[in-house]
Structures are given as structure tokens and as C-alpha cells.
Design a protein around this ligand. Structure first.
Ligand code: HSE
Length: 316
């Protein structure tokens, strides 16, 4: 590794919580995601040269931007005597419920690790990403960052110590995600949740997490659908998403196994068996937004199995 070495990477967006798994379940999707270019410099520290696609809202200060915070933690951890410059291309808005801050931070640590000859494992990099989530949204949550970093469908079994487990998914599992152009800040969407829940709800929530995981492992699509119920966040956060229950109903009517809020919203996901059903579910949710006059983007994807990847530099 030497000053001037460069890399361009992509890190995927994620669907966190997945209905019943508040703060403990998440999966990566193929698109959207964030791109980041990194160049090593003799000067220590991280310089954010440019961010495009964020409408100017993301912090340019390296101490408060999720990507630079994670990269700085990495550089400090390896006692680097060099630094880097970064360029970030956002392909999803922040406050979208698609793990936007997580994708930038994952792209950042993946890039610096590649330029440092893969010095650290993904498990070793995860704490830096938790810290960057804390800076971005006030809570060190792993569901988005772990899903984007490892790819696949993940369970955060424990936070202390961190224990992230990959859950195999059935071959024909597809997801439709709609991102209405409404902003819901994770920090605020966490604040509106009650601090405690009843034992009854906790028992039901746990049973659905178990059901969802068994459904994924067995390829039992009906069980997956029956388990996509959230007693913790959806009843409160649905109020922040215009037309939420209409979108959910439309997706299920179109054949989806189940549907709920992606991360802290406003994006809404629907899990489906097969690509065609996922496209129908996405279109059905989009029709609800069209009727309400709310701009929205729809993404249809399998669970992305790989997480971040290096991209070729195109001739400018
Ligand atoms: N599990 C998090 C939440 C996802 O629902 O607040 C957002 O990072």
C-alpha cells in the first residue's frame, strides 16, 4: 500500500428488522447502494473531497460523516502512518430506511481494507461500523451494517459480545422494496417507540423470529409469510409513512408472503416467492403511492449474497 493507490467500491442497501427482528435481522439487496472512491495519501486522516447524490444534506466534516468515521477508526486501529481522500456517490437518500449511512460506511471500510491488503476480517471491522452508526443515528445498531458488510440474511444474536450469524435463504426468495420520497430520520423513528413492551408481545415477537428463521432454513414460504409480523415497531412507525397499510395490503393482495417497514422507514418491503410476484407486489405498492401523489422508487432484488465489491474505474 502506498500513497496514490486507489480503489472504487460498491456497498449494498439493506432491509433491516424484517418485521419481527427489530435490531437483530437484516438482509442486503442488489440495488441501490453507495459507491465510494478512495485514494491513499501521505497526510494522515480522512479528507472528504466530494459527495454527490445527497442533495447537500450529508456532513462533509470527517468527524461526523458515517463513512469517514468508520475509516478513521480502521486507520487508528492499524496505527496507519498514512491517510486517504474519499469521494462518495449516494444512490439512495438518507432517512430512506434502506441503510444509507451504513452502506457508505461499509463501502469506506471495505475500500481501506482492500487497499491495506485485507489486513482485517469482516468481523474485525464490524465494531468500526457500529461506531459510525452511533454517529449517524445516535444508536450503535448492527442490523444494517452487518447485512451490508457480510451480504446475505443476517441475525445479530448478541451485541455484547458481537455475534453475527448468516442465515441461508431459499433459492426463490425475492424482495420488492418501495422508497417513498418522504424522509423519516432513524433517530426520531427510534424515539417514538416505547421503552418497554409487555411479556405477551415479547413472547409473540420471539415466536415469529423463530418461525421466520425456520421458514428460511426449510424453504417454507408459508411459514416465512406467517412470521412476518411486528409487534414492536410497525404499530408506531406506520404513522410516519403515508399510505403504509394500503401498500402492505396491496403487496399481499398481489401475492407477497408478507410486508412491513424496511429499517426505520419510510421504505416498505415485501418478501415474495419468485421474481414475477415481487414485481407485481412492487407495482401494487407503487400504485398506492401514485394515487396519493407521492414520488417513489421501487427495487426488486434477491437477497444479495456478497455485500461490498470492487468496481472497475471507467475512462472519464
Ligand atoms: N433496526 C434499526 C431501527 C434500523 O429499526 O431503528 C435502522 O438502522
Amino acid at each position: 500500500m502506498k500513497p496514490g493507490d486507489r480503489i472504487k467500491v460498491f456497498a449494498p442497501a439493506t432491509v433491516a428488522n424484517v418485521a419481527c427482528g427489530y435490531d437483530i435481522l437484516g438482509f442486503a439487496i442488489d440495488f441501490p447502494g453507495d459507491e465510494l472512491i478512495m485514494e491513499l495519501t501521505e497526510k494522515k486522516g480522512v479528507e472528504i473531497v466530494d459527495i454527490v447524490g445527497d442533495g447537500g444534506v450529508l456532513p462533509r466534516n470527517p468527524l461526523t460523516n458515517s463513512a469517514s468515521v468508520a475509516i478513521m477508526d480502521y486507520l487508528n486501529y492499524i496505527h496507519a502512518d498514512f491517510g486517504c481522500k474519499i469521494w462518495i456517490k449516494k444512490m439512495m437518500p438518507s432517512g430512506s430506511g434502506l441503510g444509507s449511512s451504513a452502506a457508505s460506511a461499509v463501502a469506506g471500510v471495505y475500500a481501506v481494507n482492500m487497499l491495506c491488503n485485507e489486513k482485517l476480517t469482516k468481523h474485525e471491522m464490524l465494531p468500526f461500523l457500529l461506531n459510525s452508526e452511533k454517529v449517524a443515528c445516535g444508536s450503535a445498531i448492527a442490523d444494517n451494517v452487518a447485512a451490508s458488510l457480510f451480504g446475505g440474511f443476517i441475525l445479530v444474536r448478541s451485541y455484547e459480545p458481537l455475534d453475527v450469524i448468516n442465515i441461508p435463504v431459499p433459492e426463490d426468495l425475492w424482495c420488492a422494496v418501495i422508497n417513498p420520497q418522504v424522509i423519516v430520520l432513524t433517530r426520531e423513528a427510534r424515539e417514538i417507540l416505547p421503552k418497554e413492551i409487555s411479556i405477551t408481545k415479547s413472547v409473540r415477537q420471539g415466536a415469529n423470529v423463530g418461525g421466520l428463521i425456520v421458514g428460511l432454513l426449510r424453504g417454507d414460504y408459508d411459514l416465512i409469510g406467517r412470521s412476518l409480523i411486528d409487534y414492536i415497531a410497525e404499530p408506531y412507525r406506520s404513522k410516519l409513512i403515508p399510505g403504509f397499510y394500503d401498500m402492505k395490503e396491496a403487496a399481499i393482495h398481489a401475492g407477497a408472503l408478507g410486508s412491513s417497514i424496511s429499517g426505520s422507514g419510510p421504505s416498505v418491503f415485501a418478501l415474495c416467492k419468485g421474481e414475477e410476484t415481487a414485481r407485481k407486489a412492487g407495482n401494487a405498492m407503487k400504485a398506492v403511492m401514485d394515487k396519493m401523489g407521492i414520488e417513489a422508487n421501487v427495487y426488486v432484488s434477491k437477497v444479495n449474497p456478497t455485500g461490498p465489491k470492487a468496481l472497475p474505474f471507467m475512462e472519464e
